[in-house]
Ligand binder design. Structure first.
Ligand code: PGA
Length: 259
């Protein structure tokens, strides 16, 4: 199975931006632009409070809705938390787990991330697991050790069957929101390494079917560089996903790349 047989994904991560009242106009605009673009998967990950509005506006379209976080606990007495089966019951398809902002600002370590991954998959969600090294780790030449640890611990205890609903996003921390992207060669090198780590654990069939995205300052101008790489199956986009035209342009680049 090669790149052509993996359906690419263009996913937007709104982070804590926009307002609930902006979801519907954004969605209408994106739907109009993206009508007819369905060869790749398009996912919009919004804050919890905007999920119902996003599900409503994208209902019946090819655009899926994702959350940006999920509780590491099942249903119960956890004031302020949202658990995986609540997301699933609402109709959410994807959830981002282990974004570097959560790892650093909210102390999410690899063990908590593994718990979240397992609960999300058990609830029937698809997960986008973010991994990436800091600038210091890259300078210390430990990028591959860091990535291997993050990938292996995120997948700990999962059976092969569940891997079908796992997507990885390689997001070097130094490239997120900075305007500095990894070069396409740097991104490819790590994405190919991630595929190798999964191959060693789960075998060739699973590894070749696994979708791996690049994230970190992706724009309509640079997206194509990444989409051309053999182990990069799409992008996770922060800043540029807040504008439906920019986000759509990236989707268009991805579609063109499949010709
Ligand atoms: P960015 O964010 O595109 O704004 O760099 C990417 C991300 O954090 O997923």
């Amino acid at each position: 199975m090669n790149k052509k047989s993996r359906r690419s994904i263009v996913a937007g991560n709104w982070k804590m931006n926009l307002l609930p009242s902006q979801v519907q106009p954004f969605g209408e605009e994106l739907k109009a632009l993206a009508a007819g673009f369905h060869r790749q998967e398009c996912v919009v990950c919004v804050p919890f409070v905007m999920l119902p509005a996003a599900l409503k506006v994208f209902e019946g379209s090819d655009i899926s809705v994702g959350a940006q976080n999920v509780s590491e606990n099942p249903r119960g007495a956890y004031t302020g938390e949202v658990c995986a089966d609540q997301l699933r019951d609402l109709g959410v398809k994807y959830v981002i787990i282990g974004h570097s902002e959560r790892r650093t600002l909210f102390d999410e370590d690899d063990i908590r991330i593994n718990t979240k991954v397992r609960l999300a998959l058990e609830a029937g969600l698809h997960v986008i697991i973010c991994v990436g090294e800091t600038a210091e780790q890259r300078n210390m030449d430990v990028t591959f050790e860091v990535i291997k640890l993050q990938v292996k611990s995120a997948l700990y205890g999962l059976d092969e069957q569940k891997l079908k609903r796992v997507v990885f996003a390689y997001e070097p921390v130094w490239a997120i929101g900075t305007g500095v992207t990894a070069t396409s060669d740097q991104a490819e090198e790590v994405c190919s390494f991630i595929r190798g780590v999964v191959r060693a654990k789960f075998g060739g069939r699973i590894a070749n079917g696994l979708r791996i995205l690049y994230g970190g300052s992706v724009t309509p101008e640079n997206a194509d560089d990444f989409f051309l790489m053999p182990d990069i199956d799409g992008a996770l986009i922060g800043g540029a996903s807040l504008d439906p035209h920019k986000f759509f342009s990236i989707l268009e680049e991805s579609e063109n790349n499949e010709d």
